[in-house]
Design a protein. Sequence first.
Lengths: 81, 386, 284
Amino acid sequence: MAITIIKDFCKGCGFCIANCPKKVYEVSNEMSKKGYRLPSPVRVEDCIECGLCDLHCPDFAIVVEKTKKKEKGKAKGKEAR
Amino acid sequence: MPSGVKPGRYFVQGDEAIAEGAIAAGCRFFAGYPITPSSEASETMARRLPEVGGVCLQMEDELASIHSVGGAAVGGLKAMTISSGPGISLKLEGLGWGIKNEIPYVVVDIQRAGPSNGVATRVGQGDLYTVRYGSAGGNHCTIALSPKSTQEAFDLTIECFNFSEIFRCPVFLLSDETVGHTRELLVIPEESELKVVKRIKPTVSPEQFVMYPLDTPGVINHPFPNIGEGYGICVSPYTHTSKGYASTAQEIQEKMAKRLVYKVTENLDKLLRVEKQKMEDAEFAVVAYGGNARPAIAAMEMARERGMRVGFFRPIIVWPFPDGEVLKVAEKVKAILVCELNIDGQLVREVARAAKGKAKVYHLGSGGVEPHLPAQIFSEVRRLYK
Amino acid sequence: MSAAGQTLKLLHPLVEKYLRKERMPHMACSGCGIGQVVHSTLLAIDDLGLTPQDTVWVQGVGCSSRITYSTWVGDNVDAHHGRIFAVATGLKMARPDMNFILFTGDGDCGAIGGNHFIHACRRNLDVTAILFNNGIYGMTGGQVAPTSPVGAVTTTTPYGNIEDPFDMCQMAVAAGASYVARWRSTDFKPLVASIKKGIQTKGLAFIEVLLQCPTNFGRYVLKTSSPLEVVKWIKEHSVTQKEAEKLSKDDLAGKYLLGEFVHRPERRGIVERYQELLKQHQKE
């Protein structure tokens, strides 16, 4: 399973970092060409593939390649917020 | 869908003739807001358009009318709206959308005495400059035709639709209350005798097609694909690239402005329509247009009866203004009397400009309400004639 | 193992399928909710099987429109400010067979476009309109909107807004729209469901989305530079209709009601009625 940050689209808003229920992301030291601080999925092994980072990203900058079944219940609880 | 052409001889108002002309031209969408003295045309469209499968809507205001007309044209229909001076003023921003995106449709102005609400039921001729220069930002050339009679109202409405498709732009029928409300003979010919230009569609693939030909500013007969035809069209009120993507680049603005101007100015030969009577040996010319034309012709005849060498000249296509033809007149005669129904002087300014000082240009202006009487014009001709 | 920041060649599947690659990334500010609403819209379109061949995106003027314009891979029709519903009337009456999704904003729909909005609802024009309500005029630099909360400091209300905000959903209900709902940009599941329901409902579907504008609403009204703070403010100031039943009038003051307000697909709209008119009066 892979999480890809599309660097040219990311605008460093931080929604993926704030909304990930498993705290997979952190702000990295890497800057995009436009000067945004990019997030990095540093704990990708904790990823439950809920897809919230993908949904919350306003810029279509996150692609989560899903390999395992979604854990029911957890994702639902977060989405209804 | 039925063609809508009803050949025959009719006794109708100019307003009704305009509606019949539109239907004969293939107009299948009409949106308007009631405004005197144009309402009879809207009422005729309301009755006739459903008969031919068209859509006729009375919209909530003038702006909704012109914008829905633009939308319908982008949607694939030939479309028209109609109003009078105050309503045309309201429509000007919407007109810009049609101009900018090269959308074909027809706007009819039944001019009335102004300014402001003026006299709703009576004639004026104060919108000549409005239709040419009223829409924000300049950088375009208007096409406007003006009928002098009910028959011409029918004929020229069809021409307006044709020009709108050929030049891919909104075209004005600049009429007035005199023509709009005069009831006289209209002859509608057989459909086969009418020349109607169909919407031109692309023959190349969407990848190859150029929606807005900014790099070839002078082209006409450029195709106009509509929504749902697979061309992924982009229509925007902002300055945009050939594809329709909004742009702030100076280069694009320059190209776009040139495209909108040159497509008319480089094809003036196709937009020349004037009427001349007894100009061959004229020393003096009377100039008028629209509902004021026939009083001027009558005055010219009165002058001729008294041995004065007076001729008559009328622009039928008022925009682009027939500079060359007016110059020819000015070079021939000693003086020109421009008779129009406004005091500020609009037609006279154009004539004076185009005359380049070759002849004296005089103004017989009136505030409107009535067209000039032939005697009024003749009296002025006699005073000035030397 | 993760592969953070791979090559440009990998694109989000929705972008791949529905958006013009050369127009991406779209020009929304960092943290703006518009992209989230577009995401929900594309999920709805995808779920329903709508295509670029049968669906047109229609815009007005303002962030809602300038950001979404010319991103859809099908036809995009961007109208003058406030005239989106009028243009859509012409488009839909010319092509009643096509789907139209309208993106409009506070000013475009509620101020300059108010009249056309009301009449489109009255006519129950068969389109789906999504109102991007960020409580401010974003594109022009942060002026007050008809939807700005009372007291909001904006560039044209430096002493605080003294006008009450406009409840556009209630206006849509009163004027006759077939389907009216309000959600937040982060209510992905119900928002996608509403957009789908709206597209499938005959008549005008009006879906208002409360979304964060960090650049103008955040800065001027909330005095924050954090998009998350604006999202939080929206959450604190919105309640579902069920929750609202338990609250006092005072507690409800200044809060947005969420959820569906009306669903009346039986109310025939102008498209249907006009077809009937033609059946009766069209000759041949």
